[in-house]
Structures are given as C-alpha cells and as structure tokens.
Design a protein around this ligand. Structure first.
Ligand code: FEO
Length: 395
C-alpha cells in the first residue's frame, strides 16, 4: 500500500505484462496499472477496484493492508471491468457495504453482477463527509462511459479522476515527477487519442466546468498509470488542448500496398507536401500498430490515406484504419485519398467515402493510377500533395 497523501493510499495493481487491452483492440506497450485507492479518514473508503484477472491478489492485499471488515463504504466511479471487476469479491465478504456510484453506475453494476446490493446514487455536487475530508462527486458522463465520475477530497486536495487523465503506463514509480516525462506524455496522449477522442466536445465542456468549480488540487490520481503530483494542472491544460482541434507540426500519409505502386503514389504526395515546407510522416498500415497510428493521426495536421484495390475495395488494414478515423470522429484536418488499381479501382473512392463521413476537410478528388503509376500520374500526386500542404495553411 502506497501512501499518496495524508489520508489516501494507492492499493492497486501494476500490470507490467499487459500488451493488449480492450480485448485485443488497444496496444499497451508499457503495460498498465489499475488504481484502487483507500481513504483512511474517520471512515475507511475503498475507491474503485481492479480488473477481474487480478481479483485474488487484490482481495488478499486489501485484506492484509486494510482489513475488509474495516471498510465502511465503496465508491465505484466507473464500471468497466478494469475498475469494477473485483467488486463482487469485496461484496461477497461484505454484502452490507454501501456502494456509492452514479445512477448509470448502478444500472451497469446490476447488469454485470445481477445482485441487489446497497446502492447509493450520487450526482454532480453531492457531498459526503467522512471525517477531515468531505468528498464531492462530479459526474463525467461519457468520459468515457455514461456512468463515469470523479471524486474530490477537500482536506487532502486530491482529485480521484478515474479514467480521465490516465495512461496505460506501468513505470518505476507511481508519481509523475519520478518517471520519464517523455514516456508519460506519449502514453497520456495515446490514451486520449484512442479512448477519449470521440468525446472531445464533451471533454472540452467538462474541463471548463471542472475549472469553474475552483477546486484546490494538489494531486490528480487517475485510475490508470501514474499520479499527477508535480504540477497536476499540466494534464488538465493538456486535455484542454487535446479536446480542442489539437495538432502538431506534421502531416501523415498512411497507405497499404501489394506491389509498391500505391507506395510510389504516397511518396509523390510526400514530395509535394515537402516542397511546401510541410513535415511528413509516412506509414504502411499493414506493418504498423493501429493504436500508435491512431495517435499519429490524432496529432497530424493533414491526412492522406491510400490503398490499392483488391476485391473491389481497399486492403484490410486500410479498411480498418478508415473505420477507426470515422469512429474516433477526427475533424478539421484536410485529407485526400489515393491508390493504384488494375481494372475496377474502387479503393480510393471507398476511402474517400468513409472519410467524407467525418468532419475532416476534403481537398482533392480521389487519386488513381493504373497498375504502375506513370510520370503524369505521379505528377498529379505531387500536385495533390502541394494542395494538401496549402490546405493546412488555410485551415
Ligand atoms: Fe479504465 Fe473505462 O476503464
């Protein structure tokens, strides 16, 4: 058990081995942590649990560190199984415990466990005095589930933020000032890009709402990764940036290719963009990690996506990628589609059609080249790259 403030202890799990999360959807190269917290005030409060594969370790640890009989109440801020997954093991031993959660939280817990436990619903602004600390609950609906909420402790000045401000990052320390800052930010933005981007408009509003609460915050303790102890407002400021049409100083070209023709088109587009002084990253999606790619797409100022045509459509990795771009609601970035073909040639139009469902900005009709692109087709790609570069400056 790690003391993080006068009355708050971290008693979670560091999962160094986790390499894939959300089933196999999300890569977690640096593992993750499931942060359960114990508040030892006049009342003893357990806040969130851990992912169910770690249930036994967790229960044994809580028993030896706290004593399950000593717990007065449980707060479940979010019921995805990586946080609520060990709740049943606690409740089996202490079926009398009140569970503080949002109304949505209760519905989800009931649907997961099918038990009639002692639920206490809370909403934004509700408070609970537990001794020196008064807890204030703040709903975080759709950041990123309907049940999500945060809990603020006024005496310790700790904000237990659940998934918000988290990272899938298992490190040598649980505190931000004792880990590699570059690694931490890589994981924080990857987390945002992959999990939270679809909810950016809600997050932008919620950040303003939380700032307006004027909470005196010494520490932000999320449910994954390290605790923001040094300058905790930095991650709030980063979220405010990320939620508001964030981009970095580069463009991205992602393609898949069977016989290098589409790669040649990608490189011609790249040359066109570089001729206008734009920095470009080039990825073959079939050999790239999808979660990392999505992070790069989130950061890029402009996007070109290409695939040759096979079986009347794009290659599998590009179909998946364009779906992810659409599902993550990327917006405001100029884009174009391209690809080589032999006879039918639907891939560029299919890519374009999917991307047109986003709020990104189309700058060119889809570019096509038959079999191996000739000089004039590569020139068209170069010119489209120039146009894409110019669109960045206009956007
Ligand atoms: Fe970390 Fe949404 O669970």
């Amino acid at each position: 058990m790690l003391k993080i403030s006068e009355n708050v202890y971290w008693d979670g799990i560091q999962d160094w081995d986790l390499k894939l999360f959300h089933g196999h959807e999300l890569s977690t190269h640096r593992g993750s942590t499931y942060n359960s917290y114990v508040i030892k005030d006049e009342k003893t409060v357990l806040v969130d649990t851990v992912w169910f594969p770690h249930k036994e370790t967790f229960i044994n640890r809580i028993e030896s560190d706290v004593g399950i009989d000593n717990i007065d109440m449980v707060i479940i801020q979010h019921n995805e199984p990586d946080h609520g997954g060990a709740l049943d093991a606690i409740m089996e031993l202490r079926p009398d415990l009140p569970i503080y959660c949002t109304a949505f939280g209760e519905k989800i817990i009931r649907a997961h466990f099918h038990k009639d436990w002692n639920f206490v619903n809370v909403k934004t602004g509700d408070t609970l005095k537990i001794g020196k600390n008064t807890l204030t609950f703040v709903e975080m609906r759709m950041i990123h589930w309907p049940d999500s909420m945060m809990t603020y402790l006024n005496h310790d000045k700790v904000l237990l933020s659940n998934d918000a401000f988290g990272q899938h990052y298992c490190a040598k320390s649980m505190f931000n000032d004792e880990v590699d800052e570059d690694e931490l930010y890589q994981e924080a933005i990857k987390y945002y890009a992959n999990i939270l981007t679809p909810f950016s408009p809600i997050i932008a509003k919620k950040i303003n709402e939380v700032v307006a609460l004027n909470l005196d915050i010494d520490m932000i303790a999320p449910s994954h990764g390290v605790i923001w102890r040094e300058n905790p407002s930095q991650i709030i400021e980063s979220y405010a940036d990320w939620a508001n049409d964030y981009s970095e100083d580069f463009a991205i070209i992602v393609y898949d290719t069977m016989y290098e023709a589409t790669r040649k088109m990608a490189e011609a587009i790249e040359s066109g963009m570089r001729s206008k002084g734009v920095k470009v990253k080039l990825y073959n999606s079939s050999v790239s990690d999808m979660s990392d790619l999505l992070t790069e797409l989130f950061k890029a100022k402009a996007v070109a996506v290409g695939s040759c045509t096979v079986n009347n459509g794009a290659l599998t990795s590009i179909v998946a990628l364009t779906h992810e771009i659409m599902a993550h609601k990327l917006k405001g970035k100029p884009y174009l589609a391209f690809g080589s073909y032999g006879w039918s040639g639907e891939a560029p139009a299919n890519i374009d059609e999917t991307l047109s469902k986003t709020k990104m900005i189309k700058v060119s009709e889809p570019l096509k080249a038959k079999y191996s692109p000739v000089e004039s087709e590569l020139k068209e790609c170069f010119d489209a790259g120039v146009k894409l570069a110019e669109a960045i400056k206009e956007s």
